[in-house]
Design a protein around this ligand. Structure first.
Ligand SMILES: *Cc1c(COP(=O)(O)O)cnc(C)c1O
Length: 404
């Protein structure tokens, strides 16, 4: 059982008011809130041992290096990577995907094919389009159905020995669909293709095991799982990380530099040019520790309760339609009110202190599929409550009366 009163005390921001009303924060799919335990780690870093890492002999530099590398081990353990050097620190999911797409430009040619899904975030579409433009490779799309589930029959048909890469999100940020990634990975491997899973939306809800999944690349951002913005990770299997060329040149990623020839550092430093987000990396580790203390099973059970309750309550509102009704989904509810623009509802809800997201959620192809300009999205985290869902439902009813 999750002790919600105790949990809510960990998040100072949940005490604040917005427009004179208690904050109801339902924009967790865009970014999560930060517990005091993680804020303390950030304050401690800048108060006590702020220094550049890996190159100093002095005490502060060594302390910062130790904590930064300890956080890498925390991330490795959490995702069950075989080696710590298979965890590459990045600025987040977007950079992780770009790093892999950049690397594959050197490995693909005109006759190759890559497969993406119709459910993707723009950051898991555009880098691959750029890759296809550069290499002449062809981009194929796994379609989805009205429920927001991927069509696995078409997926099987798209795969061939021309397929070199498949990239799919673990959980859709726009609809909440949990994709059958185990099966997607297995089938891709059967034709010799590599798989990248975008885990940005999954990591706040589940604990992925990259070895059990046998996935080639898994990427995520810290800020969606109680950590700070501007830091994230790329997990890559050693053999793939060795095959890919470096992403950026600079300090830290080199072995020897001369004007005649430069040799690159080994993993993970080959992909970590320049001074990284040191404090962010350490805080990422603290966020993972925090979430594991709460427990992912406890989180999943509680959030499923919120999802069930929220879905039932929202569907009681006349003219409200939910987009994304997959059997297997997480605590994200995308919806619209008949004849009312999502933006207008979002603006009125904000006046009542309720934070939801409106728009295309960086997934325009999904909105095109449903022929809508966007949705209102309420995304729940383990620190939200049923009372807050009641406030949302009341707010929507009020907004509806004002707008119709
Ligand atoms: C948030 C999100 C991203 C982008 O993450 P950034 O932290 O902005 O790089 C990519 N994919 C999914 C599914 C997301 O939810």
């Amino acid at each position: 059982m999750l002790d919600i009163d105790k949990i809510r005390k960990d998040f100072p921001i949940l005490n604040r008011k917005v427009n004179g009303k208690p904050l109801v924060y339902f924009d967790n799919a865009a970014t999560s809130q930060t517990p005091q335990q993680v804020i303390d780690v950030i304050v401690d870093y800048y108060s006590n041992y702020n220094a550049n890492i890996h190159r100093g002999v002095h005490a502060l530099s060594q302390e910062a290096t130790d904590k930064y590398e300890a956080a890498r081990l925390t991330i490795q353990n959490h995702f069950n990577a075989k080696h710590a050097y298979e965890i590459i620190y990045t600025s987040g999911t977007t950079e992780s995907i770009n790093l892999v797409a950049h690397g594959f430009a050197a490995l693909l040619n005109k006759s190759d094919e890559v497969i993406v899904s119709a459910l993707e975030h723009h950051s898991n579409i555009v880098p691959w389009q750029m890759l296809c433009e550069k290499t002449g490779a062809t981009l194929k799309v796994i379609p989805m159905n009205q429920e927001g589930e991927l069509d696995m029959v078409v997926y099987a048909q798209l795969l061939s020995n021309k397929t070199k890469l498949v990239f799919v999100n673990h959980i859709s940020n726009a609809l909440g669909t949990i994709n059958p990634i185990e099966s997607i990975i297995k089938q891709a491997h059967n034709v010799g293709a590599a798989v990248l899973i975008d885990g940005a939306q999954a990591c706040p809800h589940v604990k992925p095991d990259v070895q059990a999944l046998n996935v080639d690349f898994y990427v995520t951002s810290a800020h969606k799982m109680c950590g700070p913005t501007g830091v994230g990770m790329l997990y890559g299997k050693q053999e793939w990380l060795e095959k890919l060329p470096p992403y950026q040149g600079g300090g830290e990623m080199i072995d020897q530099v001369s004007f005649e020839k430069t040799t690159y550092a080994g993993l993970p430093h080959k992909f970590e040019a320049g001074t990284p987000n040191i404090c962010g990396g350490i805080a990422f580790g603290a966020a993972i520790d925090y979430m594991n203390t709460v427990g992912f099973e406890t989180i999943a059970n509680y959030e499923n309760e919120l999802l069930k309750y929220g879905t039932e309550k929202l569907l009681e509102i006349d003219g409200l339609k939910i987009y994304g009704t997959a059997k297997n989904k997480t605590s994200v509810i995308s919806f619209n009110l008949d004849g009312i623009h999502p933006y207008d509802v979002g603006t009125l809800l904000d006046k009542m202190g309720i934070a939801v997201r409106t728009g295309h959620h960086c997934a325009q192809p999904i909105m095109d599929y449903f022929k809508i300009p966007g949705t209102i999205r309420a995304s729940f985290a383990f620190y939200n409550t049923k009372q807050e869902i009641d406030a949302l439902v009341e707010g929507i009813k009020k907004a509806k009366m004002m707008l119709s």
